[in-house]
Design a protein around this ligand. Structure first.
Ligand SMILES: [Zn+2]
Length: 352
């Protein structure tokens, strides 16, 4: 994100300064910054800070990060409440992703989340310009076959006939499920991905956020969301939209990155630096089996099971397959054994 950028330890920098007085008067290190980065660069970032400064909670650290990372100001916002309802949260780490962001942890449910974070509009432009690799359509689908097989098995074992994929990208899982006898459709916020998927894969895809699509309520047996749920701005609203879409007793399957290690990483010295994040950018939420289970339970779902998730195909395939087989074996013998794999699937049913 910022090649050649210096590492900073936020703990060694001055704490939050008071807004109100002219901003530059409250920044003690301007002369040093002039000498290091040149007057023009400092003044340019200072004027951005003065324009947008009300959202910046630590102007000193922000200015250091902006100069080291050379980022242009992307608008940010703060999240004051965990989706579980708690407002008691702790700042674990800071990092740069188009701006100076932070990782917080909910003191009640241990969910990790990004705050401050990029605004929804800024996230959309990041995704539109940088996320999807359109040149690699076939590989995108092929390498995820083991992931799809797991999810399909979870659906078929519960008698699912009709499934909807939220955040379907090009629709590879939709096609995979169709080819194996399910009725399947999906949606994605990227119109570009949806158009490519319709044209190249011939699948049934809708453009937009699920809540905005006005799909018939209680019309599918299951809703799945594979490696996308940590991008949504408001997880409670999305879970509610999914709940409306499935029939009573219907199923949700979420595949999520496991943030078990991220919490540890966010707390060790190496990750209290602004150049690296303990969460993969641009994730907004870091879930563990425990924190997503809590969120599902308070959102009208009953959690049935969590399982270590298969990996996409990579050079480490055999090692990863062995790791996942071992973790699954251990959990058969001991139900409380933690899920250690990089991703996991959680299955829940609609209770009301
Ligand atoms: Zn919480």
């Amino acid at each position: 994100m910022q090649p050649g950028g210096r590492r900073f330890d936020p703990c060694t920098l001055p704490l939050k300064t008071e807004h109100g007085a002219p901003l530059r008067n409250s920044l003690p290190s301007l002369q040093r910054l002039y000498e290091r980065y040149g007057e023009q660069a400092v003044e340019s970032q200072l004027s951005a800070l003065e324009r947008h400064g009300s959202a910046v909670d630590d102007p000193n650290l922000w200015l250091e990060a902006a100069l080291a990372g050379g980022f242009k100001f992307m608008p940010i916002e703060h999240v004051h409440r965990c989706p579980c309802g708690s407002t008691e949260t702790t700042l674990l780490a800071r990092f740069v992703f188009w701006n100076l962001l932070g990782i917080r942890e909910c003191d009640r449910c241990r969910l990790l989340f990004v705050s401050p974070r990029l605004t929804q509009e800024a996230m959309r432009s990041v995704f539109a310009e940088h996320y999807f690799d359109y040149a690699d359509l076939k590989v995108w689908g092929e390498r995820r076959r083991a992931v799809f097989a797991d999810v399909l098995q979870l659906l078929k074992s519960r008698g699912v006939v009709k499934v909807f994929d939220v955040g379907a990208a090009f629709g590879h899982f939709v096609k995979y499920a169709q080819e194996r006898g399910l009725q399947a459709a999906g949606s994605d916020i990227s119109a570009k991905a949806v158009n490519v998927g319709r044209e190249k894969l011939g699948v049934d895809l809708y453009t937009g956020a699920l809540a905005d699509l006005s799909l018939p309520e209680e019309s599918v047996d299951a809703v799945v969301s594979l490696d996308t749920f940590y991008y949504v701005a408001d997880p409670r609203a999305d879970l509610e939209a999914m709940r409306r879409l499935v029939k009573p007793g219907g199923v949700i399957v979420l595949r999520l990155r496991n943030s078990l290690w991220s919490r540890l990483l966010a707390r060790v010295a190496g990750f209290r630096t602004i150049n690296r994040s303990a969460l993969p950018a641009p994730h907004l939420w870091g879930f563990t089996p425990q924190s997503i289970s809590h969120l599902l339970e308070v959102s009208g779902w009953r959690v049935e099971e969590c399982q270590p998730g298969a990996y996409s195909i990579s050079a480490f395939g055999p090692v990863q397959s062995a790791a996942i087989a071992f973790n699954r074996f251990a959990r058969r013998g001991w139900r409380g054994a933690p899920i250690l794999t990089r991703s996991f699937n959680v299955v829940a049913t609609r209770v009301k």
